[in-house]
Design a protein around this ligand. Structure first.
Ligand SMILES: [Ca+2]
Ligand SMILES: [Ca+2]
Ligand SMILES: [Ca+2]
Ligand SMILES: [Zn+2]
Length: 341
C-alpha cells in the first residue's frame, strides 16, 4: 500500500469515528495485526512493586500484565515497519507477523521488546494527532523514525547525537519492556522534529528530559487510563525497579517541589524535574487536552538553546493563542510557582 493511500485511510478513520460511520474503519481494522504488549508496564498495570527483572525470565507474576492490542500504521510487509517507526534489533531475530498476527511473545523473547517499541511510538504519535496536530494544527514529527534495540542503549556514542531516532538498551530491566521509557525517548524525537538539534545547553537539555517524562505519562494515561495502582506522576515504574530501592519505584516524578534557581544541580535529568512539575501542574489546571496542545505547540517557538524563561514565555503565549487569558494565567502561575517566570 502506498504512503498517500495510507494517509487517506487515517483521515477517513478520524472522520468515521467522529460521525459514527464505521465502514472504512472496519475495512482498515481487518488488515491490522494483533500483538502482545505491556500496557504500559507490569508495575503500573498490576501494582506489584516487588516485581523484579530476574534476568529477563518470564513467570506467572507477569501473566496479567500481557495485553493483546492492534498494531496500526504498518506497511503490510509483516515486519515492524510503519508510517512512524521502523524497528531494528541487534540482539535478536526481527519480528514477523503470520496470518494477521504477531506471535504472542513474552518478555523473555527479543521480539517482545520490538513489538513494544513499535506499539508505544505509534501510540505516542497517535496521541499527538488526537490533539489536532496534523489536522487542525501543523503536524508534529510525522516522519518514520528508526528504533533500535541493542546492548548499549544511551551509551552507544554513535546514536547519542542522532536525536531523531531511538536506541533502547538492555541494562537491568530491558528498556523497551516499559512503555514509559519508550515514550520518553520518543519525546526527544518529537522535539528534534519541531526544532532540529533541540537541547544544546543545560536548561534546554533539561526541558528535553522534562518533556519526555511528561509525554510518557500523558500518552500512557491517555491509552491505558489514569493509573489506579501507582502514582500517575511516577515515570518508568518498571524499568526503575532495577536501580531504585524504595517503593513506589520511579525513574523520576512529575510532582516534585524543586524550585528555580536554588534547586539546579547542573544535570539535565535532575533539573528537568523543575520543568516537568510545571508541565504537570499546567495539565492539572487545564486538563490533558488543553495542556498537551499548548505545551507541544509552544515547542515550535523554542530556540534549540532556549532558557527556561524564554521557553516559559513562549508557552504562556501559546496558552493565550489556544485558550485566551484564562489559560495564559494558569500557565503563568504554574511556571511562576517554580521560579521559572
Ligand atoms: Ca525482555
Ligand atoms: Ca533498563
Ligand atoms: Ca508510570
Ligand atoms: Zn531522555
Amino acid at each position: 500500500m502506498t504512503t498517500p493511500r495510507r494517509r487517506a485511510t487515517v483521515a477517513c478513520l478520524a472522520l468515521a469515528t467522529a460521525t459514527g460511520v464505521l465502514t472504512p474503519v472496519a475495512a482498515q481494522a481487518a488488515t491490522d495485526p494483533t500483538a502482545v504488549v505491556f500496557y504500559p508496564n507490569p508495575v503500573q498495570s498490576g501494582g506489584d512493586e516487588t516485581l523484579s527483572d530476574d534476568k529477563d525470565r518470564d513467570s506467572a507474576a507477569f501473566a496479567a500484565a500481557y495485553r493483546t492490542v492492534t498494531l496500526t500504521d504498518l506497511d503490510g510487509s509483516g515486519t515492524l515497519t510503519g508510517r512512524y517507526v521502523r524497528v531494528k534489533s541487534e540482539t535478536g531475530k526481527a519480528a514477523q507477523a503470520a496470518d494477521g498476527a504477531f506471535p504472542a511473545w513474552h518478555r523473555d523473547s527479543d521480539q517482545f521488546e520490538q513489538v513494544m517499541g513499535y506499539y508505544w511510538v505509534t501510540t505516542a504519535q497517535r496521541y499527538i494527532q488526537s490533539l489536532g496536530f496534523g489536522s487542525r494544527l501543523r503536524p508534529v514529527n510525522q516522519r518514520q523514525i528508526e528504533l533500535r534495540i541493542n546492548q548499549y542503549g544511551g551509551d552507544n556514542s554513535f546514536f547519542r547525537e542522532d536525536k531523531a531516532n531511538i536506541t533502547l538498551g538492555k541494562g537491568g530491566v530491558d528498556d523497551a519492556e516499559d512503555g514509559e521509557v519508550i515514550v520518553h525517548e520518543y519525546g526527544h524525537s518529537v522535539q528534534d522534529g519541531q526544532v532540529t538539534g533541540f537541547g544544546t545547553t543545560l536548561e534546554s537539555g533539561a526541558i528535553g528530559e522534562a518533556f519526555g517524562d511528561y509525554l510518557a505519562v500523558a500518552v500512557t494515561s491517555w491509552k491505558t487510563g489514569t493509573p489506579a495502582k501507582t502514582p500517575e506522576a511516577c515515570v518508568a515504574d518498571w524499568d526503575s525497579v532495577s536501580y531504585t530501592s524504595s517503593a513506589p519505584h520511579c525513574l523520576r516524578r512529575l510532582d516534585g517541589t524543586k524550585h528555580y534557581p536554588e534547586d539546579v544541580v547542573g544535570e539535565v535529568h535532575a533539573d528537568g524535574e523543575i520543568w516537568s512539575s510545571a508541565l504537570y501542574d499546567i495539565r492539572s489546571r487545564l486538563g490533558d487536552r488543553a495542556a498537551g496542545t499548548i505545551i507541544i505547540d509552544a515547542q515550535f517557538d523554542f530556540a534549540k538553546d532556549t532558557t527556561f524563561r524564554a521557553a516559559a514565555e513562549a508557552t504562556v503565549a501559546a496558552a493565550q493563542r489556544h485558550g485566551g487569558a484564562t489559560a495564559a494565567d494558569a500557565v503563568r502561575a504554574a511556571f511562576a510557582s517554580r521560579g521559572l517566570l
